[in-house]
Design a protein around this ligand. Structure first.
Ligand code: GLN
Length: 557
């Protein structure tokens, strides 16, 4: 629409984890719904080249894109809210910026010059922001979110770079939106605006005057308070947006729209568009807030207390739940507890089990035990990546009688390495960015549950792994009833296994959660939840006291 791309910069103040990513995604969503071409970017001030080598405790989930880049979890919010697939250019880190500059310096490109933060680092940051104009074929708006909190030492070069953008592009083409916290002090019984004032002052000291403030608070903030913030921070009162806690993140774009945030942005940039058509999204939020049933899905992973490590899975369950009018309650089970107390204690009243991806041996035995329980008791199961590998080990051990079956990831000297290192991973010593990463095609077997879910012969899904089902065991596994429901087009890699005489037992080597969208749940999550609904209803029809899982078990014994 515009000949000039406009720039929105989203910064954060006071504390981290205020939801800048969701705020950026929500603004992007509203502008897209107004017919604008939008592109989101995350600028991460850390020195890692990408988060791929970081521990989930440090960073949360690593979000893998189609092109195989390992990125910040905020890219997940952007993709989900804007229903748009992104690329490596949408996540820039200090590590990447310095990597480029140091390589250039060694090549001699700066010959004679002292290489400095200003101008060299700031120029590189700006060029990476502007690069999106080309990559995304002239978007109307580029929304760049700066990781961290204003005042952090490591984000300073980014702040300086985005300050310069206004100078170069003209203030009418740039908008700074600052996300801040307005805490409620219960002892005093009131909200406090001082932290917001201080963080805006910090921003102004760098030379950035915010055009709008998004004020996070536990409860809605009053007009008087907004006026006060407006006065102290020099931001027009209508541009002081209240962002109170809400029951679902998908409500946030609607809350912003109610307060006219998308109008404010369009007026600032001179965009003349129709108002956004939000009824479908509103309907989705309504269904999400008014579920007709409740399901319990057990989730057995390593980081049970760190939900950010499973962000996309949690969201994929929300999307699939809406589709079945179900609220999905996730029951987080530590795999080590299963080892100690047995699977039944945790799974007898679950409507389904999900085993997510992961690395390392800790907890694997508990996961295998959990899988055995749901396989034998006909409880819906979805295994993802390591979850599929555990399902194969379990099947090899308990259905094929290979008691020593295990994964080569954990033990090198194995009698039955049913999960093996992928051929092209041999000899790989460098850890960063070297897994099998990104989108690969997978051919589905007609008649399988996966085929039923996707409704097509070939799909593309995102991967992040080094190990795979060992082809030497294909015959034995299939002879005992495991279905290789999805393979790579050259048939060399098994991507999906299923147990056909089970109500719904599907395990995949890829990460379906990364492609689920609020208005378009991922087919496998959707059908997993549908199977869980059926199972739940069947159980409810029986005597409430009867526990079908243990009845099944009793029958077997
Ligand atoms: N650790 C396993 C592998 O590398 C699984 C990886 C994952 O779950 N993302 O193959």
């Amino acid at each position: 629409m515009a000949d000039q791309t406009k720039y929105i910069f989203v910064t954060g103040g006071v504390v981290s984890a205020l939801g800048k990513g969701i705020a950026s995604a929500s603004i992007g969503y509203l502008l897209k719904k107004r017919g604008l071409k939008v592109c989101n970017l995350k600028l991460d001030p850390y020195l890692n080249v990408d988060p791929g080598t970081m521990n989930p405790f440090q960073h949360g989930e690593v979000f893998v894109l189609d092109d195989g880049s390992e990125t910040d979890l905020d890219l997940g919010h952007y993709e989900r809210f804007l229903d748009q697939s992104l690329s490596k250019d949408n996540n820039v880190t200090t590590g990447q910026v310095y990597n480029t500059i140091i390589t250039r310096e060694r090549r001699g490109d700066y010959l004679g010059a002292t290489v400095q933060v200003i101008p060299h680092v700031t120029e590189e940051i700006k060029s990476r922001i502007r690069r999106l104009k080309k990559v995304f074929d002239n978007p109307d708006v580029i929304i760049s979110e700066i990781g961290g909190t204003v005042g952090d030492i490591e984000s300073l070069p980014f702040m300086e770079a985005i300050r310069q953008v206004s100078l170069e592009e003209g203030p009418e083409n740039v908008m700074y939106i600052h996300v801040t916290l307005v805490p409620f002090i219960s002892a005093a019984g009131e909200f406090k605006t001082k932290p917001t004032q201080h963080s805006v002052r910090e921003l102004r000291a760098i030379g950035i005057q915010p055009n709008a403030l998004i004020c996070r608070s536990a409860k809605p903030i009053s007009d008087d308070l907004r006026k006060k913030i407006s006065l102290f921070c020099s931001v027009p009162v209508k541009n002081v947006i209240s962002a109170q806690d809400v029951s679902t993140i998908y409500q946030i774009p609607l809350k912003f729209h109610e307060q006219g945030l998308d109008d404010i942005v369009c007026q600032h940039f001179g965009f003349e568009t129709d108002p956004p058509e939000l009824s479908q999204w509103e309907d989705m939020v309504h269904r999400l807030n008014n579920p007709r049933r409740r399901l319990k899905i057990a989730m057995c992973g390593k980081y049970v207390n760190l939900h950010d490590a499973y962000k996309s899975i949690i969201e994929a369950f929300v999307h699939a739940g809406v589709h079945s009018d179900a609220e999905v309650e996730l029951i987080w089970i530590s795999s080590e507890d299963i080892k100690h107390f047995g699977a039944r204690k945790f799974l007898h009243d679950a409507d389904g089990l999900l085993i997510p991806g992961g690395f390392g041996e800790r907890g694997v035995e508990g996961k295998i035990e959990a899988i055995r329980y749901v396989r034998e008791n006909n409880i819906p199961f979805l295994g993802i990546c390591l979850g599929m590998q555990c399902a194969v080990i379990e099947f090899a051990r308990n259905a094929c009688g290979l008691a020593e079956a295990h994964s080569y990831e954990f033990y090198r000297d194995l009698k039955h390495p049913v999960i093996h290192l992928m051929a092209d991973q041999e000899g790989v010593t460098q850890l960063g960015g070297t897994m099998r990463l990104g989108a690969y095609p997978c051919r589905l077997v007609r008649g399988s549950k996966s085929y039923e879910a996707y409704g097509t012969d070939e799909v593309s899904e995102r991967h992040r792994h080094r190990y795979e089902l060992n082809n030497a065991y294909r015959e034995m596994l299939t002879a005992k009833g495991l279905l290789l429901a999805g393979v790579s087009p050259d048939s060399r890699l098994v991507e999906i296994v299923e147990v056909p005489d089970h109500r719904w037992f599907v395990s995949v080597q890829f990460h379906p959660e990364l492609k689920s969208r609020p208005e378009r749940p991922h087919p496998l999550f959707r059908d997993f939840i549908k199977a869980a609904v059926v199972y739940n209803e069947e159980r409810n029809r029986k005597e409430p006291a009867e526990d079908p899982a243990s009845a099944d078990l009793a029958r077997r014994e």
